[in-house]
Design a protein around this ligand. Structure first.
Ligand code: SIN
Length: 292
């Protein structure tokens, strides 16, 4: 491992261990994710619990809550502690505009999120985070895990020269691309977002830098030729996908809620359970414009 990577990991693993009084926090890896216990999310947390969950979120970026029995209103109330709810991009008529159904079965020909991505980066103000509550896991008894990648660490591990090169570059994020790449056009009722964001941004709460790339939505680095842009983006995408120490893996059980920080993690829903089914509901929280 090279020096930049060792130093980045050391910074995380030698930080002062936070003490929690009202919840238990068990890291999934030393670098990303934690299981939180001692909380019933169907009840309003105390101010101390709320503060400790928020601290754990900024430290671990992906929080896993097991054995929760949540109505859609409980789910939305918990999400609402972190900000205003972020509407679903393509709401279904007659359904809750803040709840996205995540569902796969034997009729599915593709599933949402089956590839490394960040939710909604084509928007001017992408969501702060997403909360996915899985109620039904594949009947096969396994599969359907979600992988997460730490984008602070993805940035920290780059060489000093690559960091300097990326500084100041921006890229176009186009909401139509996931359709176009499947040979389809977005639904006519979709007001397709398209926005330019920096490749290196700072987390709005911690100020830490991170690599802000998003394969399904990014068309081109604005300041480079198309060929140069493709080469650089492919290198960065493959850095995220092929560096296992950036990753943690959540194995779902029924009634698990996972809350991840869209500002600094990517995720990948693994579709390894066809023809079995998987079902859940996702609520997102409003975010702010990514800033260098
Ligand atoms: C998504 O939000 O991309 C879906 C994640 C999942 O189904 O695990």
């Amino acid at each position: 491992m090279d020096q930049a990577a060792l130093e980045a990991i050391e910074r995380i693993t030698t930080r002062t261990r936070q003490v929690y009084d009202t919840i238990a926090v068990d890291p999934l890896t030393p670098l990303l994710g934690a299981e939180i216990s001692g909380l019933d999310l169907s009840k309003k947390p105390t101010p101390e619990q709320e503060k400790e969950v928020k601290d754990a979120f900024l430290t671990h970026h992906v929080l896993v809550f097991r054995d929760q029995n949540l109505t859609p209103d409980d789910h939305k109330r918990f999400a609402g502690l972190f900000g205003a709810l972020h509407p679903v991009a393509l709401p279904i008529e007659g359904s809750d505009p803040y709840i996205l159904e995540i569902s796969a079965n034997k009729e599915s020909r593709w599933v949402a999120g089956d590839g490394w991505h960040v939710d909604g980066s084509a928007e001017a103000e992408p969501s702060l985070g997403s909360m996915l509550y899985i109620t039904r896991v594949p009947e096969a008894g396994s599969g359907g895990d979600t992988l997460f990648a730490n984008m602070h660490l993805a940035y920290d591990m780059l060489s000093p020269s690559m960091k300097t090169f990326l500084e100041g570059l921006t890229a176009l994020h186009n909401g139509a691309l996931p359709w176009l790449r499947r040979g389809q056009t977005p639904p006519a009722r979709y007001d397709v977002p398209s926005n330019e964001h920096p490749l290196v941004v700072r987390h709005p709460e911690t100020g830490r830098k991170l690599l802000y790339v998003n394969n399904p939505y990014m068309s081109q680095i604005t300041q480079l030729s198309r060929a140069e842009s493709t080469a650089v983006l492919d290198l960065l995408y493959s850095h995220v996908a092929r560096t296992p120490l950036l990753h943690c893996r959540v194995r779902w059980q029924p009634n698990t809620l996972v809350f991840w920080d869209n500002r600094c993690v990517q995720h990948h829903a693994v579709w390894d359970y066809y023809p079995h089914g998987r079902y859940g509901r996702r609520v997102a929280i409003d975010g702010t414009r990514p800033q260098a």
